[in-house]
Design a protein around this ligand. Structure first.
Ligand SMILES: Cc1cc2nc3c(=O)[nH]c(=O)nc-3n(C[C@H](O)[C@H](O)[C@H](O)COP(=O)(O)OP(=O)(O)OC[C@H]3O[C@@H](n4cnc5c(N)ncnc54)[C@H](O)[C@@H]3O)c2cc1C
Length: 425
């Protein structure tokens, strides 16, 4: 096993690239170390998805806490962070949501430089299609609300939308006519694996222990009820701070810790086509038909839909969902009717009743929670990690994430993006 101390974290630069080109690229070292679990840490982050890794990175970088472990039961990014359709945007309706997602979008804009790792963030825009009067009014409301919050979003006529995305079919008599669209130009996509690996590499370089194939099984508490350690499949570890970032597994893990969380875990599916030459310039979402599409840098059309309507912990879903989605995609884009689909998969999303995340303290001192990002947390990866790092390090939520407390389900101060948008990818 390679120990942390042995990890070589080389800086990626033009001179390094030139040097390695001459040496057949055999000189690149490992990107992050694989550590053994130590007997104690200042803080432990449970879950090696993008959120957990980003949290550890910002805790080490901005709060100077270096004795941190990220404990992952499988492999890094094996959860939703490596299974999503990579849409990044910040055009949410409510002030609280706009603030948290815009905080993240701003971090995305400098993330490749920050991590010295190309996360392939592409601001190709996200176009949200309106098909009826309700959509039109709702998206215009989003546009105005976003602008008041200093977030870019603009309303396009059908012709302007087609100019931006020439593949749109505006012919008359369509089942889902395009009556306009909201466009966030700064939105787009990123490469999900690169985001996980970039954060892992940067955290590892700051001394964070990344421990894969190790499952957290229980919580140890002291005489005052505060966190004093964790039980794992590799034994006990002492710590006074635990940050939980396990997405769809949150209800299971938190019930082992004795804390109830108002979440439902549901499968969400995605699928990709055979690779095509560049054919699609942007991300298009249609909430009314519940389908969205973009093209990856490899050329595959990346297509997603809504969640299955039942609770499940299997990383797959019902066939009727992708079939309905493909019907809708073919209806919207007849140009793709004969394209073959190559792969489909599912992830377990953690959904709250208001479709807004939960981040903050729990009734157990020293135990912090980050979850409920559901179908839309990839876009939040850097922002959520940045804010959760503050929470775990300081013991209290960052002002931006304060409205997203667990307590809101008791006080009733919900942030109802579910009613506002009906979709949250
Ligand atoms: C098909 C699909 C499409 C999506 N599309 C988008 C999109 O376009 N845009 C967007 O913004 N979001 C999207 N999402 C949502 C997004 O992927 C998630 O919100 C986000 O990736 C959550 O990141 P995470 O790090 O919290 O969770 P995860 O990446 O799921 O990481 C949690 C980790 O915790 C680990 N774990 C669980 N239990 C334990 C335990 N007991 N001990 C140790 N480790 C444990 C798991 O193995 C997992 O690796 C999509 C999700 C899916 C499934």
């Amino acid at each position: 096993m390679i120990r942390m101390e042995d990890a070589i974290v080389q800086k990626f630069s033009l001179p390094a690239l030139l040097k390695e080109s001459l040496g057949a690229h055999l000189g690149w070292g490992r990107q992050w170390g694989s550590a053994d679990l130590k007997s104690s840490y200042d803080a432990v982050i449970v879950g090696g998805g993008g959120h957990g890794l980003a949290t550890a990175y910002y805790m080490a970088k901005e709060h100077g806490i270096r004795k941190i472990a990220v404990i992952e039961r499988g492999w890094l990014g094996g959860g939703n962070s490596g299974r999503n359709t990579t849409i990044v945007r910040s055009n949410y309706l409510y002030d609280e949501s706009a603030a948290i997602f815009e905080h993240s979008l701003k971090l995305w804009e400098g993330l490749s430089q920050e991590l010295n790792y190309n996360v392939m963030f592409s601001q190709r825009g996200v176009l949200m299609l309106a098909h009826n009067e309700h959509d039109r009014q709702s998206f215009k409301r989003h546009v105005y609300a976003n602008r008041l919050n200093g977030i870019d979003n603009e309303w396009l006529t059908p012709e302007e939308a087609k100019q931006f995305c020439p593949q749109l079919d505006l012919s008359p008599g369509k089942r889902y006519p395009v009556v306009g669209a909201a466009l966030q130009r700064r939105a787009g996509t990123a490469r999900h694996d690169a985001v996980n690996w970039g954060f892992a590499r940067a955290a590892s370089a700051l001394g964070v222990d990344i421990i894969q194939n190790c499952e957290v099984l229980g919580l140890e508490r002291d005489a005052f009820g505060a966190v004093c350690g964790l039980n794992t499949t590799r034994g006990k570890v002492a710590t006074t701070k635990v940050g939980v970032s396990v997405a769809g597994h949150t209800p299971q893990l938190m019930s082992l810790f004795g804390v109830k969380v108002p979440l439902e875990s549901q499968p969400l599916q995605a699928l990709v086509s055979e690779p095509l030459k560049p054919a699609f310039p942007t991300v298009v979402m249609s909430n009314a038909v519940h389908a969205y599409i973009s093209q990856s840098d490899k050329g595959e059309l990346v297509i997603g839909a809504g969640t299955d309507q039942y609770v499940s912990y299997s990383q797959q879903g019902g066939l009727h969902i992708p079939i309905h989605t493909l019907d809708a995609i073919c209806e919207l884009f007849p140009i793709f009717t004969r394209v073959k689909m190559m792969r489909s998969w599912g992830g377990i999303t953690d959904n709250t009743v208001d479709r807004s995340p939960i981040q903050g303290v729990t009734p157990i001192p020293g135990l912090y929670i980050n979850c409920g990002w559901g179908t839309g947390g990839f876009k939040a990866t850097p922002g959520s990690g940045h804010l959760f790092a503050h929470c775990v390090a300081k013991g209290e939520p960052h002002p931006i994430s304060r409205p997203f407390s667990l307590d809101r389900f008791r006080t009733g101060r919900l942030i109802d993006e579910a009613a506002a948008a009906a979709v949250a990818h």
